[in-house]
Design a protein around this ligand. Structure first.
Ligand code: CA
Length: 300
């Protein structure tokens, strides 16, 4: 990546927690060079095997679908990836009786060359920390969150409400699932992103996330946040993905990234290489013609 541009450094951590027997959360991080990244958190629900299967299928489908992302309308491709995940989970749940009714939350952050998009269904969250302030970029699709929006509950009442786990939207449950896809937004050096399941954001306040990310590597930050939830009893699975935007390093080799097809930077480099090739070819040809005119064809 060119000097002066930014790169996203990422880490993820997931823990079964202190009470549950099985971890039904899944997360995924996929990067291509410095310029592209996909971060995903999914929190599955459903009986035996179901929840973990649904969240795994959601993260896998998103990663597969967006591996061959083109520059043409990333938001639409992100939405399509969510719809594909929905279809895959729904189909498997209809085929296997023990997976029936499974579903999952899914929150994804897609970053391409300093621009970003969010896809979101459910009550996992994506926060952006900028200038020491955490902003929740996703809206919870939960019963209590909609009651808060309607003024029927306070934020605090929602946090302790007995039905706070009831979701109004999830991936893999109905055929006509609705997806929240954000407008394109800019990522800036210094920005940090925290994607997490409710096992984390139910126990760790956003101001604690801000102080949690202030020091250490991304791995240390992810571990610190999960540890905080574990210290508080972690009744649910706890999953976090941390992404931090840093200035592009001058020491990075300035070669085409191992990028996904359609990378604009790669295309520009290829175009540049082709142009130089023509200049050299024309120069050699001109030199040869001048040589022939001055000295005759000779023996060659
Ligand atoms: Ca959960």
């Amino acid at each position: 990546m060119n000097a002066g541009s930014s790169a996203l450094r990422v880490a993820q951590r997931s823990d079964v927690g202190r009470v549950r027997a099985e971890n039904q959360d899944h997360s995924a991080v996929k990067t291509a060079g410095d310029s592209r990244a996909l971060l995903v958190v999914a929190d599955g629900m459903g009986g035996h095997r179901g929840g973990a299967t649904a969240s795994r299928l959601a993260t896998e489908t998103l990663v597969q679908r967006l591996e061959s992302l083109s520059m043409d309308d990333p938001a639409a491709q992100l939405r399509d990836a969510f719809l594909a995940a929905n279809e895959t989970i729904l189909r498997q749940s209809q085929q296997s009786p023990d997976l029936r009714g499974m579903g999952t939350t899914c929150s994804a952050l897609l970053v391409i060359d300093g621009r970003a998009w969010i896809g979101h269904v459910g009550d996992s969250r994506i926060y952006r920390v900028r200038n020491g302030v955490a902003e929740q970029l996703t809206a919870d699709h939960s019963l209590v969150a909609s009651m808060v929006r309607e003024g029927l509950l306070s934020e605090h009442e929602a946090e302790v409400h007995p039905r706070r786990n009831v979701l109004q939207r999830s991936v893999g449950v109905v055929a006509d699932m609705e997806v929240d896809v954000s407008e394109e937004f800019e990522v800036l050096p210094g920005d940090a992103f925290i994607l997490c399941s409710d096992g984390l954001h139910g126990l760790v306040r956003s101001d604690e996330m801000v102080s949690g990310i202030s020091t250490g590597s991304e791995e240390e930050v992810a571990e610190r946040l999960v540890d905080l939830a574990l210290q508080r009893g972690a009744p649910d699975n706890v999953t976090v993905v941390v992404g931090r935007v840093v200035e592009g390093s001058d020491t990075e080799p300035d070669t085409a990234p191992a990028a996904i097809a359609g990378d604009s930077e790669t295309r520009m480099r290829q175009a540049g290489g082709g142009w130089m090739g023509w200049v050299i070819l024309v120069a050699l040809l001109a030199a040869a013609i001048v040589g022939i005119l001055m000295f005759g064809p000779g023996d060659w």
